[in-house]
Design a binder for this molecule. Structure first.
Ligand SMILES: CC(C)(COP(=O)(O)OP(=O)(O)OC[C@H]1O[C@@H](n2cnc3c(N)ncnc32)[C@H](O)[C@@H]1OP(=O)(O)O)[C@@H](O)C(=O)NCCC(=O)NCCS
Length: 178
């Protein structure tokens, strides 16, 4: 296992080095590549019952704003399959638009690692807070996860993405080291 990790590190590939926080073999947190776009679209469409316009959002909002750096996308790549996704939007109030893992890799700390990597690339000197909205219809545990990551419930918004469904808005201040 260690040898495999070392082999990957010795490639000198910047993408591989970038996620050295992740030491699980065959599981890589890395920036998105154009060749991932189709797989990511399919991954997002798995939640279309919660977010009806998600395919359109990926095609027309996310893809166009990655080049400018306004949105950043990281994936969890397990042997070439996309098993987890982080999408964030930069700003004074930076948004975590998507954070989701397939069930097979949950409960092992990968969500926490993906969130840390995503946030480290999302925030800039102007960012003073992070926010995320979690659907009332999301899977159990999502709200606990963000609470355990230091996010505080700020508001509950009915009908934000789906009629009759509440969205829970969570916020975390960005800590600055003076
Ligand atoms: C939420 C999600 C990203 C968490 O990822 P994960 O890898 O399973 O979580 P981690 O293993 O990193 O857990 C970190 C902490 O979160 C909390 N947590 C995670 N899953 C939890 C659950 N089902 N119930 C309660 N707490 C949970 C725990 O406090 C955990 O700390 P611990 O290791 O001390 O137990 C993942 O479960 C997921 O993709 N869920 C479905 C998608 C979703 O609803 N996303 C949120 C809306 S954008």
């Amino acid at each position: 296992m260690k040898q495999d990790y070392k082999d990957k590190m010795s490639t000198g590939n910047a993408e591989v080095l970038e996620r050295d926080v992740m030491k699980r073999i065959g599981l890589l947190i890395r920036p998105v590549r154009v060749s991932d776009y189709g797989k990511i679209r399919d991954f997002l469409l798995e939640t279309k019952s919660l977010y009806p316009g998600i395919g359109y959002w990926w095609d027309n909002r996310v893809c166009s704003s990655m080049a400018s750096g306004k949105r950043i996308v990281y994936v969890v790549d397990v042997d070439g399959c996309i098993e987890g996704l982080f999408i964030g939007k930069r700003g004074v109030s930076a948004k975590i638009c998507t954070l989701r893992l397939r069930k097979s890799i949950r409960g092992q700390g990968v969500g926490s690692d993906l969130l840390s990597v995503g946030i480290s690339h999302l925030i800039d000197p102007n960012t003073n807070q992070l926010y995320v909205t979690v659907s009332g219809a999301a899977e159990d545990g999502s709200r606990h996860f963000f609470e355990s990551e230091g996010f505080k419930l700020k508001a509950v918004e009915p009908n934000r993405y789906n009629k009759g469904v509440e969205e829970f808005v969570y916020v975390r201040e960005v800590e600055r080291i003076e």
